[in-house]
Design a protein around this ligand. Structure first.
Ligand code: A3P
Length: 345
């Protein structure tokens, strides 16, 4: 009897042991295949330090681990020196447009091993008080990175603020500028929805979109309404063109970034002279969220916050038609200047 129980116990232990070893082998295999799926990026000559062919393998781990700690100011000087980390001014800036998908674009670009994002909107060039603190203040706001990585920041207010193009030009006249746009009427409604939600959170009432977008005296589009003005992309772009040639801009289709992000990201990789490293593996559609989410590796993935992808209020169809008609000639000009055409009505 005792012998039988011992044999049974041994058998159970054997099965459990085999399961544990099997799982371990599976995990090792998966991690191995992940490394193959996401090879560390041999970046372009322009970015590559002399004699170094690849971003060290640590780079990706740093993006999720150490770099994050460093950003929070937890790094000792010794650690920073040891890893040769630096805070670099951005090589590219997402200058707008508000509600175009600026956060999604920044987060998705951050999937690239050669890109390090500034997590917060810095508002250096559009805020006089910040700007007066000087360029060193701005640089210190940047995340730590390897010297051969590039830093990207996004502050959508830059696109519409008068003083910004000249200020950015003074910092770096050859900087790369990213603008993400959506169909102008949808963008304006998204802009309104954000403000409306802010008011509701404070238990305040707010006007209906129709009331703000249409001038009640003339029954025409109210061009004084900021959400309308921001969507006249060509007017803002023309101000930027006084400082930067069109080749320094890349226009991202924000509507396509929602439905089909990879090809849009590949165009940005090309524009930034980065080798293609963001793959379909890094982007998966989350049915509950209704949007693409980000997969960094087997253990870490994330969706954007709930404040991205709000449900828009219903807007009177005659107001939508009026707005679309209003934006039409500005859109045509925008296509002409940028060389990128959209199917906007
Ligand atoms: P809505 O809230 O109107 O849907 P920004 O980051 O510039 O404020 O832009 C917000 C918009 O990004 C959202 O507008 C949303 O549609 C869009 N967006 C694009 N890709 C997204 C994604 N993967 N997850 C969530 N929102 C995304």
């Amino acid at each position: 009897m005792l012998f039988k129980q011992q044999a049974l116990l041994r058998q159970k232990l054997f099965v459990l042991g085999s399961l544990a070893i099997g799982s371990l082998l599976y995990l090792v295999a998966r991690v191995g295949s992940l490394d193959r799926l996401q090879p560390i990026c041999p970046i372009d000559d322009r970015l590559r330090p002399h004699g170094q062919d690849e971003i060290p393998l640590r780079a990706l781990q740093f993006k999720r681990g150490l770099l994050h700690e460093f950003r929070k100011g937890n790094a000792s000087k010794e650690q920073i020196r040891l890893h040769n980390l630096v805070q670099q001014l951005p090589k590219a800036i997402i200058i707008g447009v508000r509600k175009g998908g600026t956060r999604a674009l920044l987060e998705m670009l951050n999937l690239h091993p050669a890109v390090v994002k500034a997590s917060q909107e810095i508002h250096f060039f559009d805020n006089d008080e910040n700007y007066a603190k000087g360029i060193e203040w701005y640089r210190k706001k940047m995340p730590f990175s390897y010297p051969h990585q590039i830093t990207i920041e996004k502050s959508p207010a830059y696109f519409i603020t008068e003083e910004v193009p000249e200020r950015i030009y003074k910092m770096n006249s050859s900087i790369k500028l990213l603008i993400i746009v959506r169909e102008p009427t949808t963008r304006a409604i998204s802009d309104y929805t954000q403000v409306l939600e802010g008011k509701e959170r404070k238990n305040k009432t707010y006007y209906k979109f129709e009331k703000l977008a249409i001038d009640p005296n003339t029954c025409e589009v109210n061009t004084k309404y900021k959400a309308v003005r921001t969507s006249i992309y060509t007017k803002h772009l023309e101000r930027w063109l006084k400082y930067f040639p069109i080749e320094q801009f890349h226009i991202v289709d924000g509507d396509r970034l929602i439905t089909e992000p990879l090809p849009e990201l590949q165009l940005v990789e090309k524009f930034l002279n980065l080798p293609p490293r963001i793959s379909q593996y890094n982007l998966y559609f989350n049915v509950t969220r209704g949007f693409y989410c980000l997969r960094f590796n087997i253990v870490f993935n994330k969706c954007l916050a709930g404040s991205k992808g709000r449900i828009h209020p219903e807007v009177d169809s005659s107001v939508i038609t009026k707005l679309r008609k209003f934006f039409h000639p500005f859109n045509q000009k925008f296509y002409q200047i940028t060389g990128r055409t959209f199917n906007w009505p």
